[in-house]
Design a protein around this ligand. Sequence first.
Ligand SMILES: C[S@@+](CC[C@H](N)C(=O)[O-])C[C@H]1O[C@@H](n2cnc3c(N)ncnc32)[C@H](O)[C@@H]1O
Length: 250
Amino acid sequence: MNFYTEFGKVKEKYAKYRPTYPDSLFTEIMSNLKSPYKNAIDLGAGTGLSTAFLRDNFQKVYAIEPDKSMVNELQKINKNVEIFSCAAEELEMIEADIDLITSGNAFYWMDGEVIISKIYKWLKPNGIFAVYKYNIPTTISAAEKIISEEDKKWDEFRHERLKDKEYSIRTIKNSNLFSDVKVKVIDNTINLTGEEIVGFFSSTSYGSAYIRTIDNPDKYIDRLIDKIKNITNERPIPVNFNLELIITKK
Ligand SMILES: C[S@@+](CC[C@H](N)C(=O)[O-])C[C@H]1O[C@@H](n2cnc3c(N)ncnc32)[C@H](O)[C@@H]1O
């Protein structure tokens, strides 16, 4: 089964409920590069949450996304963006003069061993590979109990790669291609309403896979939103989307 093909099924939810990345993430990444910023690649671009930043800051951006439905959304980010609608493993590039390669919440879906040597080849000397992800978001609010109860059902649909928290760093280090590997935590707390929290989980691979198995998904979603609303008095609550950022330089 190709897990990457599943995201398109929840494209609307993804576009509506996936939070954008904080400016501090991109500030940190860019602090490792010297201008002029010419070429960038976004691997597993999805709806373009990172591609949009790259488009505004680089002369030319290549967005790699195999899921056709996600590509439809990605096409809204045009201008200097060229989209390759294929898996990163299949991509035969272009030009080996890339300043920055990003992969947000996507690298762990890929065949890391194959991709990492391609990344090395595509980057120019001193070019940067930035791979980042958040773990399963948590909240300090009383709503956490409700979410973690539901999570027991979703967990059955959670791919092993999502549980393998060291996959990206291990793949990069085992390649022996990059000598300079740094890991940083980027604080990222976002206030979300009950609807937004449930919307987020409905856009995940595991949440959406669970929801596809039940009889009345809309009722399930509405009831979960109501439960969270009741316990939070309908107020937005802080949700921890802290990012683990791995930066490597060629
Ligand atoms: C969780 S989404 C992240 C999307 C986007 N980078 C973001 O931060 O919102 C993971 C994306 O990786 C894509 N993907 C999965 N396997 C891939 C592969 N082998 N090559 C390229 N993209 C892949 C999926 O189709 C999906 O759009």
